[in-house]
Design a protein around this ligand. Structure first.
Ligand SMILES: Cc1ncc(COP(=O)(O)O)c(C=O)c1O
Ligand SMILES: [Zn+2]
Length: 388
């Protein structure tokens, strides 16, 4: 299709497409997929999209899979952009929206990334996949690997929500629960992958998950009729979705679909694990590992993100910021959003609401601005987080 090469996001070194890669061979940072966007834009047009299926493969020309038969799909993407009038009115906002990623297969936005990663793994002849996960990436990998007839080897902290563990087992994955955090799980995958013949699909250590996630940016543009919103609040762990959307905006500009104006990108983290917030506030580009990371929003319990500099670059370039909210606030917000709008959010998604309140209080969001809260998953997976 239109992939020209992979490029290191830090040192710019080019890597050959159509080969298995993890990180940059020179500096160990993430690789990004580059396309011949002129060629992509010849058949992928705003008009052509009207005829296409409502899933993320509608943006086929800017996705990395070459052969259609390698696409592994469960119907991911094209989730609704819900107008949240009732919640907006409570806060004095006229144009508030929720992008409801909980409606994806496996009930989270992780389905997008894993659909792309597993499809590419199939195309490149991989048979065994491994991942460290906070929970939702595991559930998504397990499902897509099963769909592709591949093995999935999953490593999660032992206190991962039960639903994530059960869904992996019931979709045939090999599950290992470990004492410690996602970083410890990642180290275990790193130690064993060579001997076991596993391909490591950790966030940003594999170049294609971000390609699946970037479709959230394409969808937002399409759903807002090619006029991007003013503010995007995004619950950030590894940051793939935020980095992916930022990449999508650039690709769309290069294809002539949008102008140079960008939404203000807001990273939302939990106070118990806020490495990006801390680095952003200190004016740094790389984030130190966050000590004693803890939060009930398990997807946000990522003490060290390999794409930290890409997240922070996007926040700064967009005029955005990074905000930490407490577990108490994000759990209360789940009910507030649910009761006002009927969307039972994952606690990670709900965390966007207290962050938005903070921005309204300090006057950095205005009442007529178009604001999008990213609900990255479904609350149904987090029964332990809620007491009735
Ligand atoms: C529901 C949910 N929201 C947000 C995140 C963080 O996602 P990202 O790694 O793209 O920052 C995760 C990651 O596990 C998640 O499961
Ligand atoms: Zn490099």
């Amino acid at each position: 299709m239109n992939v020209t090469h992979l490029e290191c996001a830090a040192c710019g070194l080019k890597h050959e497409a159509r080969r298995l890669h993890n990180l940059c061979s020179q500096c160990g940072k993430p690789l990004l997929v580059r396309y011949d966007l002129k060629s992509a834009a010849a058949s992928l047009t705003k008009e052509s999209l009207r005829q296409r299926a409502p899933d993320l493969w509608r943006y086929r020309e800017v996705l990395p899979v070459e052969q259609d038969e390698n696409i592994v799909t469960l119907g991911e993407g094209f989730t609704p952009l819900l107008r949240a009038s009732r919640l907006g009115a409570k806060m004095g906002l006229n144009r508030l929206y929720i992008k409801d990623e909980g409606q994806n297969p496996t009930q989270s936005f992780k389905a997008r990334g894993m659909a792309a990663a597993v499809s590419m793994a199939k195309e490149l002849g991989v048979e065994k996949l491994a991942v460290p996960s906070a929970g939702n990436a595991a559930g998504a990998l397990a499902a897509y690997a099963a769909r592709a007839g591949m093995e999935a080897h999953i490593f999660m902290p032992s206190d991962t929500p039960r639903a994530n563990v059960i869904e992996c087992e019931q979709t045939g994955a090999h599950v290992t629960l470990m004492e410690g955090l996602i970083t410890d799980c990642g180290a275990e995958v790193g130690r064993r992958k060579e001997a076991e013949g596993w391909f490591d699909v950790s966030t940003l250590k594999e170049p294609y998950r971000i390609e699946g996630k970037k479709t959230m940016g394409y969808e937002l543009a399409e759903q807002f009729d090619w006029d991007l919103p003013d503010v995007i609040l995004y619950p950030t762990g590894g940051g793939t979705g935020l980095i992916g959307m930022w990449k999508a905006f650039d690709e769309m500009e290069q294809m002539g679909w949008i102008g140079s104006k960008r939404p203000r990108m807001i990273t939302v983290q939990a106070a118990g694990c806020a490495p990006i917030v801390r680095a952003f506030e200190k004016g740094e580009r790389f984030a130190d590992e966050f000590p004693d990371a803890h939060t009930t929003a398990s997807g946000l319990r990522v003490p060290k993100a390999i794409g930290d500099f890409l997240i922070i670059d996007a926040l700064r370039a967009s005029g955005g910021t990074a905000i930490a909210v407490t577990d108490e606030e994000l759990i209360a917000a789940t009910k507030e959003i649910g009761a006002a709008e009927g969307v039972f959010c994952a606690p990670e998604g709900a965390a966007c609401l207290p962050a938005l309140k903070r921005l309204l209080e300090d006057g950095s969001v205005q009442q007529d601005e178009r604001v999008v809260l990213f609900n990255t998953g479904s609350g149904v997976k987090y029964i332990e987080s809620f007491s009735s």
